[in-house]
Design a binder for this molecule. Structure first.
Ligand code: 3H9
Length: 725
């Protein structure tokens, strides 16, 4: 709703729709009524629009876009109504003015903001464009380059920057509402024509055409298959070419195109999924609603390898005092240097620089080889080598040294949390925190609870994720947890496809065209092929512990491809050695080119094993890789490892480069249709009966049998039917 109140001369319209004053139909109606009332009242000389609870507005109600009675449509005319008012209208911006919220402010004749306020047109991030005339007004106010940047990236800008750009007239440090009323009183009677943005020309650039052409190339490059950025660009271009009213018409057309595109639905699903995973729950009944986090006043990181360095960097950035520990002085010094380089780089990106991060202060960041320094920490993140014996030894030590309430986190991508916890006296304090590399960049934090992990420990780890500005997703304990467990069949299919006749670049191309930043082979080369090799040796799948006489392409009666092992035996570990599935310009190089050696090697391999090469089309590549990954997702849901498909999707979008505009693997499966996914898996499984990853999961079959229900209902079928699965 919007509340209307009248002071002596200034009418106040307050947008109220907690928590973010989204512009629902009711709010828009009340806003319109308020404007009309103010217009009709001769004692009102000016109007001030603000938001309830220190927030202007986060824009149109995103939930409304999926309902038949869409809330957004009425917004444009209301913005015009504000602008055409004969009484000056002032926007008092506190907290956020985003999307439609900022468009309302752009309709106002004056804008005044609190200095902590943020503004932006983030519609592009949910697959839309500013559809309430924002693409036409903003370039008129701040010029085409700045408007294009804001609209095509969706980034939020602080009030200080908004002032520099001319987006707001004034910023204040204290009471924005009072300041806005003062301003409103001051401007009573002044001509409004020059303040109406729709009447202003778009500021000219000497080389507008050339500028726009160059900008389009950049927008397309960054869009990575996503439609919205390019359509945002087209709407702004229309502002440069057409009069205001025609530009608005074009904006509306483009908005409708996006609104009905599957991408907008996928991106809006992803927006809500990211928020839904904060409300975690475990099968034993622990949940976010009843568990409270414990404070983390001081933390420690053990191990300063690649992961440890990134983790230290994000803890320092989150302003958490920290002890960083290595096993010996040589590794400590090496790690310290690397951490300092990372922190210097991060500081350069931040306003205030190194002083803001304060990492030269030993009270904030201390380096040591002495475990005794960990006595008073509230939380430890162990990030040593992926080796069970080593991890257990460390946790045993921690259990003796750390205070009893300290949270003991292990950064592992697959190892059993319960086994690690068994080395301590406080298994309830042990939890998995799976960071993704580079840990100071990647947003995902997989949080893995073990059998004994306490709800407080889970809540504290989730709180930590928030402090680190990461998306924490709570999952159960199984080999590979959620992300890597779903990745195994995907990579396995990619390698099987090579055996059967494909090439790394062909497989990668298909998945990159789908929207992944890099395909499975480029990704394996980047991560290092030796990582998986070591794990397979530990599992006895290859290496000296493999029993003599084991068939080369079979393990435990299932199909196995030794190709990755054979590459590692040749010292081809990927980018780091300059050779892997591709060749690189040098060790550590990043430009992958197809390697004739590999083609030759593959052809010899096929001859050795009597494999007949066949042509594999793009559809088969895509389906075998993606549907096997999705199939594993259904098995994970059925086992209760994750509490909903949103969890899997958030993990894939934030940790595995899944294209966000496709909403995550489980959302994608729902758009393809579960009957089709099932039919394809059945077909491929019949052709490859020795590949369990292609055998359709019982839960997927169940969902198809009950009539392909919408994604948000999937879990209800699981709880009703789990005993029969
Ligand atoms: C638009 O405006 C289109 C127009 O151009 C044209 C139309 C014709 N609607 O994120 P949080 C909910 S498109 C509905 O946890 P924070 C959110 O789901 C819109 N709900 O808090 C959550 O609910 P719950 C363009 C919304 O402090 C709760 O509010 N605007 C909306 O971390 C708290 O949110 C955007 O894209 C909404 N617009 O961040 C802005 N916004 O508690 C999207 C939030 O049930 N919003 N909710 O989980 C944001 O970026 C962040 O939510 C914000 C607050 C920065 C505002």
């Amino acid at each position: 709703m919007a509340q209307y109140a009248r002071g002596s001369t200034v009418a106040v319209i307050r947008l109220c729709n907690p928590p973010v004053n989204a512009l629902s139909r009711a709010v828009l109606q009340a806003l319109e009524d308020g404007l009309k009332k103010a217009d009709a009242d001769p004692s009102v000389k000016a109007v001030m629009i603000c938001g309830e609870n220190g927030k202007f507005s986060a824009g149109a109600d995103i939930r409304g876009f999926s309902s038949p009675e869409r809330s957004g449509g009425a917004l444009g005319p209301i913005v015009s109504l504000i602008e055409s008012s004969e009484k000056p209208v002032v926007a008092a911006i506190e907290g956020v003015a985003l999307g439609g919220g900022l468009e309302v402010a752009l309709g106002c004749h004056y804008r005044i903001a609190h200095m902590k306020a943020r503004m932006g047109l983030p519609e592009v991030t949910i697959g839309l464009l500013p559809g309430a005339e924002g693409t036409q007004r903003l370039p008129r106010l701040i010029g085409v380059p700045a408007a294009l940047e804001m609209i095509t990236t969706g980034k939020h800008i602080p009030a200080t920057e908004a002032l520099k750009l001319g987006l707001v007239d004034e910023i204040v440090e204290e009471n924005t509402i009072e300041a806005a009323i003062r301003l409103a009183n001051k401007v009573i009677g002044q001509p409004l024509g020059p303040r109406r943005l729709s009447l202003k020309p778009v500021p000219k650039l000497p080389n507008m055409e050339a500028f726009l052409d160059k900008a389009l190339v950049k927008v397309k490059k960054q869009a990575w298959g996503c439609l919205a950025p390019e359509l945002c660009f087209q709407a702004v271009r229309a502002a440069t070419e057409r009069p205001f009213a025609e530009g608005v018409r074009r904006e509306r057309e483009l908005f409708q195109v996006l609104l009905s595109s599957g991408q907008a639905q996928a991106l809006q699903y992803a927006f809500f999924a990211e928020r839904a995973v904060r409300r975690w729950a475990t099968p034993s009944g622990a949940s976010w609603s009843s568990a409270a986090p414990q404070p983390v006043r001081k933390a420690a990181v053990i191990g300063l390898g690649t992961m440890g360095r990134g983790i230290v960097t994000c803890l320092v950035k989150a302003n958490i005092p920290l002890v960083a520990l290595e096993q010996d002085l040589e590794n400590l010094n090496k790690g310290r240097k690397a951490v300092m380089v990372l922190l210097e780089r991060e500081a350069m990106k931040m306003e205030g620089g190194a002083q803001t991060l304060d990492f030269h202060n030993p009270a904030r960041l201390q380096f040591t080889v002495d475990f005794d320094q960990l006595r008073d920490v509230d939380l430890v993140i162990e990030a040593v080598f992926e080796n069970m014996a080593l991890k257990k030894e460390i946790f045993h030590k921690l259990s003796k040294i750390c205070k009893p309430g300290a949270l003991l986190c292990t950064n592992t991508s697959a190892l059993n949390i319960d086994e690690i916890a068994s080395a301590t006296n406080h298994p309830q304090q042990v939890i998995g925190t799976h960071f993704f590399s580079p840990a100071h960049v990647m947003r995902l934090l997989e949080i893995i609870y073990g059998r004994h992990t306490s709800p407080t420990a889970i809540a504290t780890a989730m709180q930590l994720a928030k402090a680190l500005k990461k998306v924490g997703v709570v999952v159960g304990n199984c080999f590979g947890f959620v992300g890597n467990r779903m990745m195994f069949p995907y990579i396995q299919q990619a390698v099987f496809l090579l055996e059967e006749g494909s090439r790394p670049e062909a497989v990668d191309q298909v998945l990159e065209d789908f929207g992944f930043k890099i395909g499975p082979f480029r990704m394996s080369d980047l991560a290092g092929l030796d990582v998986g090799w070591r794990s397979r040796k530990d599992q006895g799948l290859t290496g000296p512990s493999l029993p003599a006489g084991t068939p080369a392409r079979q393990r435990h009666g299932q199909r196995y491809s030794p190709l990755p092992d054979l590459l590692c035996e040749q010292g081809r570990f990927g980018q780091k050695t300059g050779r892997g599935w591709y060749q690189y310009e040098k060790a550590g190089g990043r430009t992958a080119t197809p390697d004739p050696w590999l083609l030759n090697f593959l052809s010899q391999y096929r001859d050795t094993h009597g494999i007949k090469t066949r042509f594999i089309d793009q559809e088969e590549i895509l389906e075998r890789c993606l549907f096997s990954l999705i199939n594993e997702g259904f098995a994970i849901l059925a086992e209760g490892i994750a509490s909903g498909p949103e969890h899997l999707d958030v993990i894939y979008i934030n940790g595995y480069g899944w294209p966000k505009h496709r909403g995550g693997p489980m959302f994608y499966a729902s758009t393809v249709g579960l009957p089709r996914v099932l039919a394809k898996l059945q077909k491929y499984s019949e052709a490859h009966p020795d590949v369990p990853g292609l055998r359709p999961s019982a839960f997927l079959k169940k969902l198809v049998a009950v009539g392909n229900p919408p994604l948000k209902e999937w879990m209800s079928y699981l709880s009703q039917q789990s005993s029969k699965l």
